[in-house]
Write a protein that binds this ligand. Sequence first.
Ligand code: ATP
Length: 355
Amino acid sequence: MAEIRLENLRKAFGEFVAVRDSTLTIADGEFFVMLGPSGCGKTTTLRMIAGLELPTAGRILLGGEDVTFLRASQRDIAFVFQLFALYPHMNVRRNIGFPLSCQGVPRAEVRARVEETARLLRIDHLLDRPVSGLAGGDRQRVALGRAIVRRPKAFLMDEPLGTLDAEFRELMYHELRQLHNRTGATTVYVTHDQLEAMAMADRIAVMNHGVIEQYGTPQEIYDRPSSMYVADFIGSPPMNFLTFRSSLARGSREVRINGAAIAVPAVHEDLADADLVLGVRPEHIRLDDASPLRGRVIDSDYMGTTQIVTVATEHGEVKARIAADRRAEAGETVGLAFSTRRLSLFVAASGRAIR
Ligand code: ATP
């Protein structure tokens, strides 16, 4: 079992708190992504799991065992910093086998495990080639091979695709995901790229200033963000926010904006005369002449099968993703209708979601 559990994990550098009382459980075999902007504490969290940084407070459990004070080398976790760091003077076979040779594993076993690993990564035909002549993707696979040949309990990956161009990144993250499906090893993957996170993760933790704002499956995070911060971070273009003032009673199933009644998921609290924010994703908006919620088209970006239409409303600018064949001329007045099951509501002052 390689479940990873963080309990009230905290890291301060002097006065500055980089990770603030994080508690979460990463299930055995899960591909778990830590997502957030630069400086939010992702790397620090990963380094504490690896044993490269000592927590200021809290505990880390690996497969139920408290490893908080164990050295990195005693944790049986592979930290993949950067997939390109290979030994250029060695061939593929020796690069992959190097960690085992260092541990004094017998040669025959090193050979067998290197070959098994190479088959898993589909690079067994390259084993005797020098790494210096390999294409980028194959070099990445060799570096991955060196991490997985040890059969660690878990993998930690810190933006391993960070230096690659967009097209190649996409190829590699599909590959990493498939590799995970084949090995089933618990993986914690750090990125600031929400598309990468959504495509790869079983579950995502979204971090903000050292705090885990929300964690859940990509779909939960996308459909039911717990705060405006999370809603804004996920999705491209991001969720639209329409601010309005209203009172809501517990059990309400609609809000009224400019006389338009908009059905929302049932609200479980009373809110008297508060500034509220309706969150709606661009793909959940239709142009509908009958809707009383109206605005003026400012711009439209053609994207092939869809277009992003920007509409100025009394409650702010709204971006709608609609079919490309609907003409939307700048200056035209349009009505906006929302897919009611997919809306979010937030308290403007705190940014938290109203459930
Ligand atoms: P990035 O993607 O830029 O690495 P991150 O989310 O991984 O961002 P961390 O590297 O964990 O963020 O850093 C979180 C905060 O802690 C940053 O403000 C960083 O400056 C600070 N920090 C990290 N390591 C140290 C250190 N050794 N001493 C002081 N401050 C540190």
